[in-house]
Design a binder for this molecule. Structure first.
Ligand code: HH2
Length: 288
């Protein structure tokens, strides 16, 4: 499986790591936050040195209860950093829900747009359709300000899979080729622990409900999130080990790209896991 990604083409024959860079004062993981341009650029370089296959740059926190920033403020944070990061040798993704920001970022030459609102805004679809950028289509129930108040689903796997499928069709109707699409069930975005676990356990089914025979790549972001805290009883700063467990479980269930804060540690965990899993697929019965 390959992903068309602006100036790049990403071979998804092995799991890829998307390093997170947040140009915000309020993102939920302090270690990802950089409001100073120089510090942000240094962190991006470090993520690449650690093995990030792509970088995801955001300027608005989408943590539960987060207050939105203005489009102008979002762009003022993004522009100088994107300008500097364009020269780096990995695809550059921008994490935004705003069509105007998508346009400006694409004009600057970014390779991927990651929309946590799943391109529900028709203006967002128009903004990205004619580009060559990869598009990450994420499911979110509601918006960050209210999404964790009372998340409820009849069948979370069916609903999220079918919702993603409808977004795929809308993007393809607008002329987007499937080779540009990545799907994400949106761990923690309007979901309780049982919803998140159901989606991760049935990740392949989410993918087939959304894309059928096309087998589009799946992206998972669970790094240091609340579900890791709920399962381990740990605060954000202490959730690395739990996040690594989640990352490996997601890859075992078909995730092609992991969106992570801790690139070096995830890379090591994957190296050991893959060396073993590639020889003996996890689906085979244990005969030892
Ligand atoms: N999670 C966050 C932000 N963007 N995009 C995708 N596709 N998938 C995710 O799971 C996802 C995402 C939240 O993480 P982070 O950016 O570290 O936090 P904050 O929103 O507080 O800046």
């Amino acid at each position: 499986m390959r992903l068309r990604c602006g100036r790049f083409e990403l071979d998804l024959g092995r799991p890829r790591l998307m390093g997170v860079l947040n140009l915000t004062p309020d993102s939920f993981h302090a270690g990802s936050r950089h409001l100073q341009t120089d510090a942000a650029i240094a962190h991006a370089r470090q993520l690449i040195a650690e093995g990030a296959d792509l970088l995801d740059v955001g300027a608005e926190s989408t943590r539960p209860g987060a207050q939105p920033v203005s489009a102008e403020q979002e762009w003022q944070r993004l522009a100088p950093v994107l300008e500097a990061l364009r020269a780096l040798p990995v695809p550059l993704s921008v994490d935004t829900r705003r069509a105007a920001t998508m346009r400006r970022a694409l004009d600057l030459g970014v390779d991927m747009i990651n929309d946590v609102a799943g391109f529900v805004d028709p203006a967002a679809v128009t903004a990205v359709a004619d580009s060559s950028a990869a598009l990450c289509v994420m499911h979110m129930a509601g918006d960050p300000a209210t999404m964790q108040r009372a998340p409820a689903y009849r069948d979370v796997v069916d609903e999220v899979g079918n919702w993603l499928g409808a977004r795929v069709r809308a993007l393809m109707d607008a002329g987007v080729q499937p080779a540009r699409l990545v799907l994400d069930p949106g761990i923690g975005f309007g979901k309780r622990l049982d919803h998140n676990l159901a989606l991760l356990r049935a990740l392949r089914r989410v993918g087939s409900l959304a894309a059928g025979e096309q087998r589009l790549p799946l992206l998972i972001g669970l790094s240091r999130k609340t579900l890791v805290g709920e399962l381990t009883g740990r605060e954000v700063a202490q959730r690395l080990a739990g996040s690594l467990g989640g990352a490996l479980a997601a890859v075992a269930r078909g995730a092609a790209i992991l969106r992570v804060h801790d690139v070096a540690a995830t890379r090591d965990a994957l190296a050991v896991w893959s060396a073993i899993a590639d020889e003996v697929p996890l689906t085979e019965p244990d005969t030892a």
